[in-house]
Design a binder for this molecule. Structure first.
Ligand code: ATP
Ligand code: MG
Length: 512
C-alpha cells in the first residue's frame, strides 16, 4: 500500500501511509486507539475506498470496490465481531455465500468434506458438523479463518484477534498462524499488545495519529522502541495494587442460576458471590463460561432462573436496569455497541442518557437542557481523554477504544456504589488501559465495590483483591490475589483443576 490517505470530515484517519507485506510473513499493525489501523485494513479489504494512494498486489496496481474484489486477489479480513450464524453448522458457515445458491440440492456431505479438507491442510482443526453456538470463541475464530481460506485467501487480516481469547486460545491461534505461514500464507494482526508482536511477528508497522511511525523487522527492534513509536513516549507501569479495606458487603449474590438464552443451558449455575466496599473482585475465565451472563444478570438485562441479588441489602433481583442504576449500580458492558452506547446519537446525548432518565439536565421540567448537556459532555470528554473531544460527534464515528472511553466516562462519573466492569479495557491502547486501571483503583480507594470481569490475566492480577475463575458456569478456583498462583489460574481457565495438572506435567501452560 503506497501513500494511503483517508479523511472522515475533519479527521485524517490515514495520512499518506505506506504498508508492505511479504509472502509468508506474519506482520503486526501496532498503534494506539484511533491510530488508523482498522481504517487502513478496511481499505485493503475493499470495505472503504481511499481518498488517495495505491494498492499493489503481486506487482499489479489494483482497485477494490468491495470485499469480493479483495478476496479475488486473495485478501480476506476477520472482523473483531464475528459474523457467523449461531444456528448453522461449521460447514454451513464456511460455505455460506460462496456457493451459487442454496438450492434444495445443497450437498451437505460434500460441503462437510470440503471443509474437513481445508481444515486438515491448514492445520486448523474443527468439527464441520458442530453448531457454531456450541463451540467456544477460539474455535469460532478458526471457522472465520477457514471461511477465508475456503475462498482462496492468501493474506489474512485479523482485527484484534486475541481480544476475546484466553491464554490457551491465544497459544493455539499463534500456532495456527505459524502453520499457515509455512504454507506461504501471510497474516496481518492488528494489535495494541507489544507482547504479541514479540511472540509472533516477522515484521511490525507502527501507526500513530494516522501517520506511519516506522516499520521494523523482528530482531531489529525491542519492546521499548516499539512502545515509544506507538505512544510517542514511554509507557507508564501498571499501578501497584494495595491491600483491601475489608468494608461492608455491597453486593451479595446467592444461588444465582442464569440460562443461556440461545441454548437454554445453565450458563451460570448456583453461584454465590460477595463484593465488599473498597474491594475489587476479579472474575477470570475463557469467554463463554458464564461470565457474560453473570454480568448481564447483575446489570438487569438478563433475568435469572433462580437466586437473589442484593445491593446494599436491597433485593434488586427483579429490578429493571434503570432502578438498579438509581440504586447505585454502574455498568461497563462487554458489548459497548449493543448495550453501552446508541451509535447514532451524539456523544453529548450518550453521556446524558442516565441523567435524563433520572430527571437531570432538564429545563422547566420537560425540555432538555441542551447547553447543559454540551457543556457537561465537553468536560467529561476532556477529563476522560476521548478523541475527538467533540460533544456533537456521533458515537459511531469514534474508534473502538474511544467509544469505550465514552461508556467509562458516563458510568464512572456517577460514582456508583457497585461497578460491574466487563472487559473494561478490551480494545484500548496502553495509555487508555492505564487510565482505566487508575479509575477503577480510585473508585475502590474511595470505598466503591468493583466486580471486574476480564480475560486479561495481567489486568486481573494487577487490579483484583480477590480472584475467582469461572468454568462452565461455576467458580472452579478462588483465591486472595496475594496468594494466587498464575499457573493455577490459567489451568482453571482451561478447565484443568490443580490436582489434574499435577497428574499430567505437560498440562501447565506459560502465561506472558
Ligand atoms: N466512519 C467513520 N466516520 C468518521 N470518523 C471515523 C470513521 N471511522 C474511523 N474514523 C476516525 O478515524 C480515526 C481512526 O480510526 P480507526 O478506527 O482506524 O482507529 P484504530 O487504530 O482502529 O483504533 P482502535 O484501536 O481504537 O480500534 C479515528 O479518529 C476515528 O474516529
Ligand atoms: Mg480498530
Amino acid at each position: 500500500m503506497l501513500g494511503i490517505t483517508k479523511r472522515f470530515g475533519p479527521v485524517t484517519a490515514c495520512d499518506g501511509i505506506d504498508f508492505v507485506l511479504g509472502r509468508g510473513e506474519v506482520h503486526c499493525l501496532l498503534g494506539e486507539n484511533g491510530a488508523g489501523k482498522t481504517t487502513l485494513m478496511s481499505i485493503l479489504f475493499g470495505l472503504i475506498p481511499p481518498d488517495d494512494g495505491q494498492i499493489i498486489v503481486d506487482g499489479t496496481s489494483v482497485q477494490f470496490g468491495s470485499p469480493r474484489d479483495a478476496l479475488n486477489h486473495g485478501i480476506g479480513m476477520v472482523h473483531q465481531h464475528f459474523m457467523l450464524v449461531p444456528e448453522f453448522t461449521v460447514a454451513e458457515n464456511v460455505v455460506l455465500g460462496s456457493r451459487p445458491a442454496w438450492t434444495p440440492r445443497f450437498d451437505r456431505a460434500a460441503a462437510e468434506e470440503e471443509v474437513r479438507e481445508v481444515a486438515r491442510t491448514s492445520g486448523l482443526e474443527v468439527d464441520p458438523r458442530a453448531l457454531i453456538r456450541d463451540i467456544p470463541v477460539d474455535v469460532q475464530q478458526r471457522v472465520e479463518i477457514l471461511k477465508l481460506l475456503y475462498r482462496g485467501a492468501k493474506v489474512l487480516i485479523l482485527d484484534e484477534p486475541t481480544a476475546s481469547l484466553g491464554p490457551a486460545g491465544i497459544k493455539s491461534l499463534f500456532e495456527g498462524l505459524a502453520t499457515l505461514r509455512e504454507q506461504g500464507h501471510s497474516a496481518i494482526l492488528i494489535t495494541h499488545k507489544l507482547t504479541e508482536v514479540t511472540a509472533v511477528a516477522d515484521g511490525v508497522t507502527v501507526l500513530r495519529g494516522g501517520r506511519l511511525q516506522g516499520s521494523f523487522r523482528q530482531g531489529n527492534t525491542d519492546e521499548a522502541e516499539l512502545a515509544r513509536a506507538m505512544t510517542g513516549g514511554d509507557i507508564a507501569a501498571l499501578p501497584v495494587r494495595r491491600a483491601a479495606s475489608g468494608g461492608e458487603v455491597v453486593l451479595r449474590v446467592r444461588g444465582l442460576t442464569v440460562k443461556d438464552t440461545v441454548t437454554g443451558r445453565n450458563a451460570v449455575e448456583d453461584l454465590d458471590l460477595e463484593v465488599a466496599a473498597g474491594e475489587i473482585v476479579g472474575i477470570a475465565g475463557v469467554e463463554g463460561n458464564g461470565q457474560r451472563e453473570l454480568a448481564d444478570a447483575l446489570a438487569g438485562v438478563l433475568a435469572p432462573e433462580s437466586g437473589t441479588i442484593l445491593l446494599d441489602d436491597a433485593d434488586i433481583t427483579a429490578m429493571p436496569p434503570r432502578a438498579r442504576h438509581a440504586a447505585g449500580l454502574g455498568v461497563i458492558p462487554e458489548d459497548r455497541l449493543r448495550w453501552g452506547l446508541v451509535a447514532d446519537l451524539t456523544l453529548a446525548e450518550n453521556l446524558a442518557l442516565s441523567d435524563i432518565s433520572r430527571g437531570g439536565l432538564r429545563r422547566r421540567g420537560r425540555l432538555l437542557d441542551l447547553d447543559g448537556m454540551q457543556a457537561r459532555a465537553a468536560e467529561l470528554l476532556e477529563t476522560y481523554g476521548v478523541r475527538p473531544p467533540n460533544p456533537k460527534a456521533r458515537a459511531s464515528q469514534l474508534s473502538g477504544g474511544n467509544q469505550q472511553k465514552v461508556v467509562i466516562a458516563r458510568e464512572m462519573s456517577r460514582q456508583p456504589r457497585l461497578l460491574v466492569a466487563a472487559q473494561p479495557t478490551r480494545g484500548l491502547d496502553v495509555g487508555a488501559i492505564d487510565y482505566v486501571h487508575r479509575q477503577i483503583l480510585d473508585m475502590r480507594d474511595r470505598g466503591g465495590a468493583v466486580l471486574l470481569v476480564t480475560n486479561e490475566l495481567e489486568e486481573l492480577i494487577a487490579l483484583s483483591d480477590r480472584i475467582a475463575v469461572m468454568y462452565r458456569g461455576r467458580f472452579v478456583y478462588r483465591a486472595v490475589t496475594a496468594d494466587a498462583d498464575v499457573d493455577a489460574i490459567a489451568m482453571a481457565m482451561a478447565g484443568i483443576s490443580p490436582e489434574d495438572a499435577d497428574a499430567q506435567p505437560g498440562a501447565a501452560m506459560e502465561v506472558a
